[in-house]
Design a protein around this ligand. Structure first.
Ligand SMILES: Cc1cc2nc3c(=O)[nH]c(=O)nc-3n(C[C@H](O)[C@H](O)[C@H](O)COP(=O)(O)OP(=O)(O)OC[C@H]3O[C@@H](n4cnc5c(N)ncnc54)[C@H](O)[C@@H]3O)c2cc1C
Length: 473
């Protein structure tokens, strides 16, 4: 089981998630920062954001001195524990993007995300990383009348925004059944822009790849503060072992951002939890389908997500764990027995043939939510500080786009990427406590209640819609 993790030991890391169990042991020893350092770019955090940024920088300009500084080990955070959906989903809805930035900018963002799904697969393959990448699309099931109303509205909206069948289409009941043998299905929406992958193998493989390209990766090195520069001075990164002085510092700490000085209201950490079965037999898969490894979810309010793994398991997750007061992030929050039990029940309800199957893993991790649900990437030239994050639950592909965009911003490349509407976006700060605790947990409860009410009455819940509008979605 991936619970009661003891970070700091190799076995502890391997228990972070199902995915981590497949990471070859022992982990290669990486240096700890023990003295002051001067580099061109210092990246704080060795998750996908930090590693993709290092990768893009090393590729764009191999002469740059780049250091990545990580408190635990590369892939320790959400990047080594997620659902492995490498999808074109972007946290901010198309409607909100179009409202704030205009229709063309929204479409450019969407197309960039779609391309990124392929870029991740191609780059991993190019670096010799076998992360079980399979681009089978994603199927979003409809299992009630209320879900049907929402799904059809989503397809209508996609058409109104200029996206055709090749981006999102409605599947009737029979067509859905050909793809996935889930129970009580009325239909589905399907997008081809998604791949399933094994995230820990990708994160660890990327860390090796950037080292091969000359990037220094320091592990077990906690960053205590990031100090901005000014037009006359460079920014710096303060660790216990030494201070890193750099031209640019990239903050890639996502859900841990509020644990850094002065940033405690920038991002809210919310936990997403997962379970996995043992490998399932051919009999199960002959009825459950998912041969091309399409990822799956349904149109309920409280997010659920699943994938058929390369070794024939179901890996399944969902939100619903409570937000912890003061935006605190602790390993003990990765295990929430009631939510794990609910996930096992929900998956078995979707696939009744799982009754009696053994669930071998349960784990979780924090993701980061900005106040306006708007992911962003940017570089402030005056302070030398760069950042990327606020992906909500859609960071697997978005981090790659962030990394390539940051490399262009840092090297001054005048590319299409730096003109995308999330570049330079600043989200408002979250409310102080206890308002933050009340607001976030009220939001989570609203989603749960809305799903329960829809399951009972069949009609779309108005409360959830109102909550969505409040959050700017
Ligand atoms: C259970 C779960 C399921 C998810 N499923 C999906 C999915 O299927 N598809 C999808 O697109 N997204 C998913 N996400 C979200 C996705 O995993 C994240 O958006 C993405 O991994 C974020 O990458 P990151 O590098 O920005 O952050 P992280 O991977 O969290 O990395 C941040 C790193 O910073 C380090 N750090 C923090 N503070 C410090 C410090 N002070 N000093 C030094 N280092 C520090 C941390 O140790 C960590 O390694 C999921 C998330 C979770 C938790």
């Amino acid at each position: 089981m991936a619970q009661n993790v003891e970070p700091g030991t190799a076995s502890g890391y391997q228990r972070l998630s199902l995915w981590w169990e497949a990471v070859p042991a022992p982990l290669p020893p990486r240096p700890v920062l023990t003295q002051d350092l001067q580099v061109d770019v210092c990246i704080v955090g060795a998750g996908f954001t930090g590693l993709w940024t290092a990768h893009a920088l090393a590729r764009t300009d191999p002469s740059l001195r780049v250091a990545v500084v990580e408190r635990e080990v590369a892939g320790f955070g959400a990047s080594g524990r997620n659902g492995g959906w490498c999808s074109a989903l972007f946290a901010t809805s198309d409607a909100a993007l179009a409202r704030q930035h205009g229709g063309d900018a929204m479409r450019a963002m969407r197309r960039a995300m779609q391309e990124t799904v392929d870029v991740v697969g191609a780059t991993a393959a190019g670096e010799g990383i076998d992360c079980h990448y399979a681009k089978g699309g994603s199927v979003d099931l409809v299992r009630s009348e209320a879900q049907r109303v929402r799904a059809l509205a989503e397809v209508d909206q996609a058409r109104a925004f200029g996206f055709g069948d090749e981006d999102l289409r409605w599947l009737g009941r029979d067509e859905t059944r050909e793809l996935i043998g889930a129970d009580r299905v009325l239909g589905a929406t399907f997008t081809p822009h998604c791949a399933a992958l094994q995230p820990a193998l990708l994160a660890r493989g990327l860390a090796d790849a950037v080292e091969r390209r000359g990037v220094q990766v320091y592990e077990h090195t906690e960053v205590l503060d990031i100090l901005p520069g000014s037009p006359g001075s460079r920014p710096s990164v303060v660790t216990r072992g030494g201070v890193v002085d750099a031209e640019v510092v990239v903050r890639a700490t996502e859900a841990w951002t509020p644990t850094l000085p002065r940033l405690h209201r920038d991002i809210v950490p919310v936990y997403s939890l997962m379970v996995a079965t043992e490998p399932l037999g051919a009999g199960f898969w002959s009825s459950a389908g998912l041969e091309g490894r399409a990822t799956f979810a349904d149109h309920r309010h409280m997010i659920i997500y699943g994938q058929r793994t390369a070794d024939g398991r179901m890996a399944f997750g969902g939100r619903g764990a409570p937000y912890h007061f003061g935006s605190s992030v602790r390993s003990s929050y990765d295990a929430e027995p009631a939510v794990h039990a609910l996930l096992r029940r929900t998956l078995t309800e979707l696939f009744p043939d799982l009754e009696g199957a053994r669930f071998s893993h349960a784990w979780g991790g924090p993701l980061g939510i900005p106040r306006d649900w708007h992911s962003s990437v940017g570089l402030d030239r005056d302070s030398g500080l760069a950042w990327a994050g606020g992906y909500v639950g859609d960071g697997v592909a978005t981090t790659n786009l962030a990394g390539r965009t940051l490399a262009d911003l840092i090297t001054g490349a005048d590319s299409d990427l730096v003109a995308l509407p999330w570049v330079g976006h600043r989200s408002p700060r979250w409310e102080p406590e206890p308002l933050r605790w009340l607001g976030v947990n009220a939001g989570l409860w609203t989603m749960k209640l809305a799903d329960r009410s829809e399951a009972r009455r069949g009609r779309p819940s108005r409360v959830a819609g109102a909550m969505g509008r409040l959050l700017g979605q």
